[in-house]
Design a protein around this ligand. Structure first.
Ligand SMILES: [Zn+2]
Length: 369
């Protein structure tokens, strides 16, 4: 994957979710996703024509409006990362995205490598993109995927300074399948990175390995099944310019979205929605005050704190035991899932609404098989 090797420069580490170990093989943590969702699928589209040279724009003028209406009809938001230049040359599709309540984010002005630009060149590139989109929608964009996923410390300095809330610049093959705050040259940036699928994205499927629709659809669906089973995030990436080449490719996207939605417990969310939830749930922490096992019942006393300034609804706890779980009782009689698809030893327990700065105690009784 030589295209993504340059992403590594200057990045030292990423933060991971805290997990309390109860005993070897058993853990308990604040569930990363809102109840009742066990995993997340995020559809992202880089709207760049053929880098805005005007030679191919059917992706933006035909495919994007179609997808925007399709997503709205399924009551979900996709994330459309738009080249500033495409917004200037083909403003109508931005209007359609806006009307269909889809998320619009930035993808550079003319699709050039940001990491080979000076600070002021990057600033100009980002400002031009923000202004081009704002001239149509009336609002500032809050999300960013760099052209070719290129960036350096300056990029993040500028994005944070300009109030960006999320980026999607890190490939999940190296950086994992969960959001995180990037650490670049030792500095943690107050921005949420939503790592994208750099393994099974559209160009890889259609052009590099030349897979057929019959091969691609089950592969993407399997990835969704695995995402759900493991409580992860799958950030699908496609380019409307590629989808416009063959009608079956849009059908593939529609089939995959419908497949994910049928489970009922997969959150189909935009990058912005994931970012906002990540901030909310990051303020919720739990400690295990005591844990004991009597017969087939494990009992845990927990303290749960919301250190945030806003209330949290739909938070949940994820428990991993070393034996299959039969059922879970919580002291507040909150709903639970006594197993997660394919994971009979894992359970989710919904938490009551946590008010701002609230601390609460909870007792869980986990009945094991
Ligand atoms: Zn691009």
């Amino acid at each position: 994957m030589p295209e993504f090797v340059h992403v590594l420069r200057g990045i030292e580490d990423v933060q991971r979710e805290p997990v309390s170990l109860v005993s070897p093989g058993q853990s308990i943590s604040v569930h990363l996703w809102p109840w009742p969702f066990v995993g997340v699928v995020c559809f992202t589209f880089d709207c760049e024509g053929t880098y805005g040279d005007g030679s191919s724009f059917r992706g933006e003028t035909e495919v994007v409006p179609h997808l925007a209406r399709f997503f709205r009809s399924h009551s979900v938001k996709g994330t459309f990362n738009v080249l500033g230049r495409m917004a200037v040359e083909y403003p109508t599709f931005i209007g359609t995205l806006h009307e269909c309540d889809q998320e619009i984010a930035g993808h550079g002005y003319s699709h050039e490598y940001l990491d080979s630009m000076t600070y002021s060149e990057q600033m100009a590139e980002i400002n031009r993109t923000v202004d081009a989109i704002k001239s149509i929608t009336g609002s500032d964009i809050r999300g960013w995927r760099s052209p070719f996923a290129t960036f350096n410390r300056n990029t993040y300095d500028i994005l944070v300074q300009k109030g960006f809330e999320w980026t999607s610049n890190f490939g999940r093959s190296l950086w994992g399948h969960l959001p995180f705050q990037p650490i670049i040259e030792g500095e943690t940036f107050p921005i949420v990175e939503i790592p994208f699928d750099d393994v099974h994205f559209d160009a890889m499927m259609f052009f590099w390995i030349e897979a057929t629709a019959e091969q691609i659809e089950p592969l993407w669906k399997n990835h969704i099944v695995a995402t759900r089973r493991n409580g992860l995030l799958f950030v699908f990436l496609a380019h409307p310019v590629n989808l416009a080449e063959e009608p079956y490719r849009v059908t593939l996207i529609e089939n995959v979205l419908a497949f994910a939605q049928r489970f009922g417990d997969i959150w189909i969310a935009s990058c912005g929605e994931i970012c906002r939830w990540y901030h909310t749930i990051s303020k919720v922490a739990l400690t295990v005050d005591s844990a004991r096992k009597q017969g087939n019942v494990a009992e845990m006393k927990l303290t749960i704190r919301n250190s945030g300034a806003v209330g949290v609804n739909n938070a949940a706890i994820r428990v991993q035991m070393s034996h299959p779980i039969r059922r879970v009782e919580s002291s507040r009689r909150m709903p639970s899932k006594s197993s997660i698809e394919g994971r009979p030893t894992a359970a989710l327990i919904r938490l009551p609404e946590l008010k701002a700065s609230q601390e609460t105690q909870e007792i869980l009784k986990i009945h094991l098989s």
